[in-house]
Design a binder for this molecule. Sequence first.
Ligand code: BG6
Length: 517
Amino acid sequence: MDSVALATNPLREGLRSTRTVQPCILVIFGATGDLTHRKLLPALYNLAIEQPLPPQFTVVGVARRPFTDEQFRQQALDSVNTFSRRRPVNPSVWETFSKGLFYCQSQFDDPAGYERLDHLLDRLDQERGTQGNRIFYLATPPSFYGDIGALLSSSGVAKRGAASGVSPWARIVVEKPFGHDLASARALNERLNKGFSERQIFRIDHYLGKETVQNIMVMRFGNGIFEPIWNRRYIDHVQITVAESIGIEGRADYYEQAGAIRDMVQNHMMQLLTLTAMEPPVTFGADSVRDEKVKVLRAIPPLMEAEISTDTVRGQYGPGLVAGEPVPGYCEEPGVNSHSQTGTFVAAKLLIENWRWAGVPFYLRTGKRLAKRVTEIAIQFKRPPYLLFQGAAAQQMQPNVLSMRIQPNEGISLQVSAKVPGQEMKLRTVNMDFLYGSSFGVEPPEAYERLLLDAMLGDSTLFTRIDETELAWTLVDTIVRDWQVTGTPLSRYEPGAWGPKEADTLIERDGRSWRRL
Ligand code: BG6
């Protein structure tokens, strides 16, 4: 960003990070994979432009392909050219950044590869002054997480690690999914704990890196006017929608095992729910924030078998048309079992049994191949206690809704009733809007920029703690088990719709309806 822009728009102040990372080496396992290509390398380059990275900052890619350092640098340049939000590449930033990129070829489960890695890291410490500080980023298929964690400790590569900012320190960043259920999440954690304490483990949920997700906390706790009405006395219900128009994008192997409930509900939707529902934390420190999120998860009673058919819906998209183009049904996607019972849509009604939320339902829906891509949290308030306006005017009155739009068209909108100009008393619903794009005039950083930076700084506020992960799995495991026990059928839906009609029934049974988005 140029200094003129900063000077002319005061809202842009603070967009450049003032936090500086200590010299360190980031070791990326899975360095030739999709995540590294699309997200991690472009995010690191953007951080290099914004300058929180020190000149000694070094990246070592580890993967199975026989790349040289030069080939890895070339791949990184392709990634940045294709996916960076800042293009074209700035030659002088690239020159310095690319000199810090190195490659180590290894199988992820081969102890000899870890020996080579150890020597390389020691050499780079000497040559580049990285002081023994390490971050290990697991961007491999999840089946390797446990092996890598265990080998990092048994081979001594992670030997030096302290958790804090005192050099030398070591941290490990683990991509989602963290386990497949509660038992596997615990087993994975045990293996990681052989070399890393909880304070050294950074579990990624990329939704927490989104600016608009962080803004939920700022909205709630940076303003005085919301907190007094943020409770059961004023709020009728909450709707959380994470809708996607895409299908499974060639990820059949993973998705067949996961389905929408593990892919989206256990992690991203639970994060949105806990941030919306939590009590004000004592500080903005990692443990204070996560303590409050954990309390919310503890207050959600697991759904009983008897409630499973009324309070949850699982769906799967069939074949159809999207924007006039034919698209295959889930069971026709390459790699998917033609009789697959995996759900691509979930709707659920959850309750939070505490003083703030008793009796306020939280309705959740998420799915692939829905009408559009939109993520939103909508707080619907109760109607006014007495209807002053009669007749047609009264019928036109809609409840107030505060919607926090996570993506796209990021912003916040408050729906209020207003008088239509004229001699008669006619009401219409209007929106008071705040839009990120027009207010700040810049594109917000990508989620991975923020998360990588926080991991380098050792700030785990935006990462999930193990108790949080376990509680979310407990909820999901109960639902999945009840679906199996009760034989809850899959409801089909057309691509481009808002899910199966059973999802409408779920909310309409309570006299409410899904928002039209
Ligand atoms: C990922 C899921 O975690 O999140 C994907 O595995 C999903 O299935 C993606 O498409 C959605 O992320 P975003 O940032 O596009 O909303």
